[in-house]
Design a binder for this molecule. Structure first.
Ligand code: ADE
Length: 222
């Protein structure tokens, strides 16, 4: 898979992807990740990427010309172009799974008040939001989306089983609590059932706890 991120802040997008699992996935040629500065596709003296809103209104909008030039240069037949924007569809684990089957993703990062709508009408396959809050720029969202997708690629996680029980594999259930040693830490004990060796009982306990945690933390999923 190849991922191209187009942003005014390539370092913000790339920094979190240079460590740990995503770094190793790149070293193992499981994925190629590039971040490009949108300003490199400007043609004017001031390398201007934004402008005032037509019809008035607060703030600035990303201009269409450099974005069209960047995407036209980077895309191919198999590319999927995603715009990072709080106006997008909510990014979920199942969307990460769907996108992990792509050959080539182009992640376009919004900034200021967003992008000229002709970009969305003509170039963008899907608008993606990582949550109901507004970030300073879409490069942070692009790093989040890239991380969630890349860790799903075959071979990216050392232990393939670690995908299996995690939260959102079932989109309506969070993971059960988990514990490690010591069995007694400052008087707080690991639940007896987890030390019992009775796998049927342990699975039943995990299933009950997962439901309880979901009800407590994410009643919207139940
Ligand atoms: N840019 C700013 N806020 C965002 C969000 N919540 N999701 C995606 N891109 C964004």
């Amino acid at each position: 898979m190849r991922i191209d991120i187009i942003t005014l802040f390539p370092e913000i997008a790339l920094a979190p992807l240079r460590e740990s699992i995503i770094k190793r996935a790149q070293q193992a040629n499981i994925v190629e990740i590039y971040a490009h500065n949108l300003r490199d596709w400007t043609t004017d003296k001031h390398r201007k990427t934004d402008d005032y809103l037509c019809g008035g209104g607060q703030g600035m909008l990303l201009k269409p010309e450099p974005i069209f030039a960047a995407i036209e240069e980077l895309r191919s037949e198999s590319s999927r172009v995603l715009l990072m924007t709080p106006q997008g569809k909510q990014f979920t684990q199942s969307k990460a799974q769907e996108l992990s089957a792509s050959d080539h993703l182009i992640l376009l990062c919004g900034h200021y008040e967003g992008v000229d709508h002709r970009v969305i009408d003509t170039l963008v396959d899907e608008e993606i939001s990582i949550g109901d809050y507004v970030l300073t720029n879409g490069a942070i969202a692009a790093a989040v989306v890239t991380d969630a997708i890349v860790r799903l690629l075959p071979g990216a996680l050392g232990d393939e089983r670690s995908h299996q029980d995690e939260s959102f594999t079932d989109p309506n259930l969070l993971e059960a609590p988990s514990y490690t040693k010591p069995n007694d830490f400052r008087g707080m004990k690991v639940p007896d059932v987890l030390l019992s060796g009775n796998h049927a009982k342990i699975e039943q306990w995990k299933s009950e706890q997962a439901k309880k945690r979901t009800l407590d933390n994410r009643p919207d999923l139940t």
